[in-house]
Design a protein around this ligand. Structure first.
Ligand SMILES: [Zn+2]
Length: 305
């Protein structure tokens, strides 16, 4: 029974990541500070008067294209998904994320820099149980073009499956990826997978005055021949892996461990967060090792790194 319970984690000491924002080109410093048990994940904008806090929750999501953004009446944080994927992927449940700008550093478009900084700082186990939500009934959000389906897991594993399909003649070829959620797999399979776009999309962003500091060395830009410009793929299915990484980041907004099989077809950040919102309404939170016999088949790894 004890292996069904996972204790909460925070950082052993402060971790720092510095880089520029893809959208604004601004130099940005983000600090990951340890936080007490049950504090959750939350941002603090240290560049603004009063040091406003923005909780990591679907209640604070605002819609911005191609990224996950959170806002309160006082402050906003943008492009949070890759940073949150590192925290959620490593099972860091409590962290005060201090940032001196609205946007997170883009780094190489993956979670690698955030993950490396957190691992270097160290992870400690706390004396509180991590909340867990188990999918008992199939739930689906989206439409025929883009959807996510959450199903019960009959082996106790949490799985994210992503199907990328932009059509037969797209610069980015069809591909799928299946990820069994745990920190070791996150480090080995997902953390380094970079964000991507087509050459046409890159040209449109530059023409709109956006992303002018970003080059094809920083992110994957695909030409008409389905090849990255001035860059090399880490994996043939790096794009599907990156979309899976985005799911890990966006599902952190639920502030819990999810137990289920989550399959996404062409979903993006908005639909990911909509799925989290629906799951929070329709799943029951379990936060102790006192569980019914119905959950006996659900076993979740509680491995600390
Ligand atoms: Zn992404």
């Amino acid at each position: 029974m004890s292996e069904m319970v996972r204790m909460q984690h925070t950082l052993a000491q402060t971790a720092v990541v510095e880089g520029f924002g893809f959208w604004t080109g601004q130099d940005i410093r983000v600090e990951f500070h340890p936080a007490h048990a049950n504090a959750g994940l939350f941002f603090v904008r240290i560049d603004l008067p009063g040091l406003p806090i923005i909780p990591v929750s679907p209640n604070f999501q605002i819609i911005k294209p191609r990224q996950t953004s959170l806002a309160t009446d006082d402050a906003q944080v943008d492009m949070v998904e890759h940073l949150l994927a590192a925290l959620h992927g490593l099972e860091i449940d409590n962290c005060e994320i201090r940032v001196n700008a609205p946007e997170m550093p883009g780094m190489d478009g993956s979670s690698q820099a955030f993950t490396a900084a957190i691992l270097k700082a160290g992870i400690i186990t706390q004396s509180a149980i991590r909340q867990k939500r188990i999918v008992y009934k199939t739930l689906r959000v989206g439409d025929d073009e883009h959807w996510i389906e959450a199903k019960p897991s009959y082996n106790g594993r949490t799985t994210f499956v992503y199907h990328l399909d932009y059509g037969d003649n797209n610069a980015i070829p069809q591909q799928s990826y299946r990820f069994i959620v745990n920190p070791e797999n996150f480090i080995l399979q997902l953390m380094s997978c970079r964000t991507f776009l087509t050459k046409k999309e890159a040209e449109q962003l530059l023409a709109a005055g956006l992303c002018s500091r970003v080059s094809p060395h920083d992110v994957l830009v695909f030409d008409e021949n389905q090849q990255p410009i001035d860059n090399t793929l880490l994996y043939a299915d790096e794009c599907a892996r990156h979309k899976t990484l985005d799911m890990v980041g966006d599902f952190s907004l639920g502030a819990c461990d999810w137990v289920g099989e989550f399959t996404a077809y062409r979903s993006g950040h908005h639909l990911n967060v909509e799925c989290v919102r629906e799951l929070l309404k329709k799943t029951v939170c379990i936060e102790s090792n006192v569980v019914s016999s119905h959950t006996n088949t659900f076993r979740v790894a509680s491995k600390a790194i």
